[in-house]
Ligand binder design. Structure first.
Ligand SMILES: N[C@@H](CCC(=O)N[C@@H](CS)C(=O)NCC(=O)O)C(=O)O
Length: 158
C-alpha cells in the first residue's frame, strides 16, 4: 500500500490532510511541493493536479484532490479511529463547519497572497517575472487574486 501526500508546509489545506493521516495512523510518504518555488506549476505536478494546487493524495496510483474530500477518503479507506461522527446530527454539524471553512476560504487566499506569498516571491522575482508567473496559474480564481495582489488592488478592508 503506497500513500503519498503532495503538500506544502504552511498550506492550511495541506495541514488538514496531514492531521487526518496522522490521526488515522496511516503511514504516508511526503512529496513536498514548494509553493515559493512554484513547484505546483511543473508539468509533473499539473499532470496529477491540473489546477496546480495542494494538497493531492495518491493512493496506490489513484489520485484524490480537494482537502475535505481527501480527508473523507482517508477516513473511509483506511483502518484506524473514525474521524467522522456516526450520529446524523453530529455529521450535519461537521458538514456545516466544513462548509463554513470552504465559504471563508477566499478570504484566507487573499490574505495569504497579499501578506505572505507575494512579499516572499518579490524577494525572488522581478515584477515582470511575477506577472508572468501569475498568468501561468491554470485556475482563474488564483490567477485573478495573484494578479490583483501584484497590482496592489487588494486593500486592507477586503
Ligand atoms: N479547495 C482546495 C483548495 C486548495 C488550495 O487552494 N491550496 C492552496 C494552498 S492552501 C494552494 O495550493 N495555492 C496555490 C497558490 O497559491 O499558488 C482544497 O481544499 O484542497
Amino acid at each position: 500500500m503506497a500513500v503519498e501526500l503532495y503538500h506544502f508546509w504552511s498550506s492550511v489545506c495541506s495541514v488538514r490532510c496531514r492531521m487526518a493521516l496522522e490521526e488515522k495512523g496511516v503511514k504516508w510518504t511526503s512529496r513536498y511541493i514548494d509553493l515559493f518555488a512554484f513547484a505546483h506549476m511543473t508539468p509533473e505536478y499539473l499532470a496529477i493536479n491540473p489546477g496546480g494546487i495542494v494538497p493531492t493524495l495518491v493512493h496506490d496510483g489513484e489520485v484524490v484532490t480537494e482537502s475535505t474530500i481527501i480527508n473523507e477518503y482517508i477516513d473511509e479507506a483506511f483502518d484506524g479511529p473514525a474521524l467522522q461522527p456516526s450520529a446524523p446530527l453530529q455529521r450535519a454539524r461537521m458538514r456545516e463547519f466544513i462548509r463554513q471553512c470552504e465559504d471563508d476560504f477566499v478570504a484566507i487566499v487573499k490574505l495569504t497572497a497579499v501578506k505572505y506569498l507575494i512579499p516572499k516571491l518579490r524577494n525572488r522575482w522581478s515584477e515582470e517575472e511575477l506577472t508572468k508567473q501569475a498568468e501561468r496559474r491554470p485556475l482563474k480564481f488564483y490567477r485573478d487574486i495573484h494578479s490583483r495582489a501584484l497590482r496592489g488592488e487588494i486593500g486592507e478592508a477586503e
